[in-house]
Design a protein around this ligand. Structure first.
Ligand code: M6R
Length: 613
């Protein structure tokens, strides 16, 4: 995820900025840059790649000045490159930005009509032009210019701005993306995250939505978007640097589980059109003429997302869908060719098996759409088009927020295909409205299951009870069958307990022999299609003294009479149940792994990107 640091004070700014950015490196990024105002005016240095490349450039071309801003970029719009790296400059203004601007295309056209030229592919550059335009139009202060600009922008942002016209001022504002101010002695800081400035000050102000902060050396003031003064408390931070990196969560995995509502919302942003009951795919033109079938290829957790994608695509678009493990597909002389649309799903975009499968499918004439989280990674590079998830970098090896972001991308794809294949407007509107409700439902689910995640691990009693179990069984039906598979994979990966996911109806065909009082069985049983049948499977487990943990819909009295241990999820359109039913399973795996004392973020034998076959 992108990182921001800004400084104004008595020190040379460049070192403060580079050190601050280095403290945000753990978040992942693909380019970096700084802008300084000094005796020679505004200077900007940007480099693709790691901070070491930026530092080397700054050694060759030192920047002098006591006010500046810096950024590490995680690409969303436009590949990682020097032109797309921040800060972005227009006229006297330079800007760093975290977030996604939804109406950037319209704003760019508006600015171009005024004769302005753009030099990057980013959404961010519109901010620089809008702010510079406001200054050219006579804005009395940098804050006034920033206010005029943000009033035209839709989307999420944390921006920090410098202008040669106001050379002792930094302005920062936010909408949905976080920003903090730091108060030092004779110096002021701004950053996207506390760790970037913790070395200099522990006196922090957390900006709220719509706050506009103006920073000078040693003082800052905050106003709202209308320019009215606001007071925000200065908080003294007691976290260690390591805790601050995880935003106070004990592990990245837990932090990422809690980031899911944001990751899903960001992946939908500007793409879901609830008022039209439709979805757009960032301008990707799918080969719909003569499209006979879709083949979804992926590995691991991404494969389970693909299994759910099949339900969504077949359900909404009525196009036959096959799902294949990428690691198997490429070695079995697959029947694939022109007329087939292959959707390759990969969080890292680097998985060797998926990459190999894509090359194989492409060589045989299929058209490839990648769904990936890392811009410019290998799989997008060999695909015909890419639809990126906007989950931000995932640091925990066990995939959580990337999984639900993949489900979001697949649901958008299904809706888009559906509307082009006869799904009525009324049905599109209904599905889109249900999709729009997902982030709020996920938030509610997380808060109910783990109310105080930073200080108290979730499910302490369950974790203590089951941490020594030898085997676990996970059961589900329909789109909750892949959730059972994913629940079992999560538990295996981080707790090292053997776990199997099964389609609930398959239990009687074999795995029922395993059931006794020593095998906990997690039954994914939200109300909806197949519910009664899953209840029968649950009863079959209980009849054999099996211990049942049921994932159930809030307020479901029927299941409450049958199962003692219930993990509740909110009611949601049944087609979208996996977005909430996966949450208790992620938390359960996490809780058990923590209770066993395992390294949750770096489980043994696993790598975040599997670049070997
Ligand atoms: O980067 P990818 O999505 O292609 O990775 C695929 C699998 O290696 C990955 O999902 C793996 O199963 C994770 N460790 C799951 O938590």
């Amino acid at each position: 995820m992108c990182g921001i640091v800004g400084y104004v004070g008595p020190k040379q700014a460049v070192q403060v900025l580079v050190d601050g950015l280095a403290r945000l490196e753990y978040r992942g990024y693909d380019s970096a840059g700084v802008a300084i105002i000094g005796p020679h005016g505004l200077k900007v240095v940007r480099r693709p790649g790691k901070l070491s490349a930026l530092s080397a450039a700054l050694t060759k071309e030192p920047l002098e000045g006591k006010i500046g801003i810096g950024h590490t970029r995680w690409a969303t719009h436009g590949r990682p490159s020097e032109e797309n790296a921040h800060p972005h400059t227009a006229g006297s203004v330079t800007v760093v930005h975290n977030g996604i601007i939804e109406n950037h295309v319209a704003l760019r056209l508006q600015m171009e009509a005024l004769g302005r030229r753009f030099s990057s592919e980013t959404d961010t550059e519109v901010f620089s032009h809008l702010i510079d335009e406001a200054i050219v139009d006579g804005a009395p202060s940098l804050s006034a210019a920033v206010r005029a600009a943000v009033n035209q922008v839709e989307g999420t942002y944390a921006i920090v701005v410098l202008s040669e016209k106001f050379p002792d001022t930094i302005v920062a504002t936010r909408n949905a993306s976080p920003l903090v101010l730091g108060k030092g002695v004779g110096e002021s800081f701004v950053a996207s995250d506390v760790p970037a400035i913790l070395e200099h000050t522990r006196n922090i102000v957390f900006l709220e939505e719509g706050d506009v902060a103006e920073l000078h050396a040693g003082e800052f003031s905050i106003t709202d978007r209308a320019g009215k003064a606001i007071e925000r408390p200065v908080e003294s931070i007691t976290w260690s640097a390591a805790q601050a990196e995880k935003d106070g969560f004990p592990h990245f995995m837990l932090k990422e589980i809690f980031e899911q509502p944001r990751a899903v919302a960001d992946t939908m942003r500007g793409r879901l059109l609830p008022e039209h009951g439709d979805a757009v795919l960032d301008g990707v033109e799918l080969p719909l003429n003569g499209l006979g079938r879709i083949v979804l290829l992926a590995c691991g957790t991404s494969y389970y997302a693909a299994l759910i994608g099949k339900f969504l695509i077949e359900g909404l678009a009525r196009i036959p869908c096959e799902v294949d493990l990428a690691s198997e597909f490429r070695y079995r002389d697959p029947v694939i060719g022109p007329g087939d649309l292959v959707v390759a799903i990969s969080q890292s975009g680097e998985t060797a098996d998926t990459l190999g499968a894509v090359r194989e499918a492409r060589a045989r004439g299929a058209w490839i759409l990648a769904i990936a989280n890392v811009v410019g990674s290998a799989i997008p590079r060999v695909s015909d088009a890419t639809f990126y998830t906007h989950a931000g970098p995932e640091i925990g090896v066990a995939s959580t927020k990337c999984f639900t972001a993949q489900l979001t991308a697949l649901a958008l794809l299904a809706l888009h295909l559906g509307r082009r294949r006869g799904l009525s407007e009324a049905d599109g509107l209904k599905f889109a409205a249900a999709m729009a409700s997902i982030p709020e439902k996920m938030t509610r689910c997380l808060q109910a299951l783990a109310p105080d995640p930073k200080t108290e691990p979730p499910f302490p009693a369950l974790a203590a009870r089951f941490k020594n179990a030898r085997d676990f069984l996970f059961l589900g039906r329909g789109a909750n069958y892949p959730i059972a598979l994913e629940g079992a994979l999560k538990l295996k990966e981080i707790s090292y307990i053997h776990a199997e996911g099964y389609a609930a109806g398959e239990m009687k065909h074999g795995p029922i022999a395993l059931i006794d009082d020593g095998v906990p069985v997690v039954v994914v049983a939200p109300r909806g299609p197949g519910y009664e049948k899953v209840l029968s499977n649950l009863a079959e487990v209980q009849a054999r003294n099996g211990t049942v943990l049921a994932v159930a819909t809030e307020g479901d009295e029927t299941i409450a009479r049958q199962a003692k241990t219930l993990l509740h999820v909110p009611e949601i359109d049944p087609r979208l149940q996996p977005f909430v039913t996966v949450i208790p399973l992620q938390l359960l795996a996490y809780a058990i792994a923590v209770a066993r004392g395992n390294d949750v973020d770096q489980p043994r034998n696993l790598a975040k990107s599997v670049t070997v076959e």
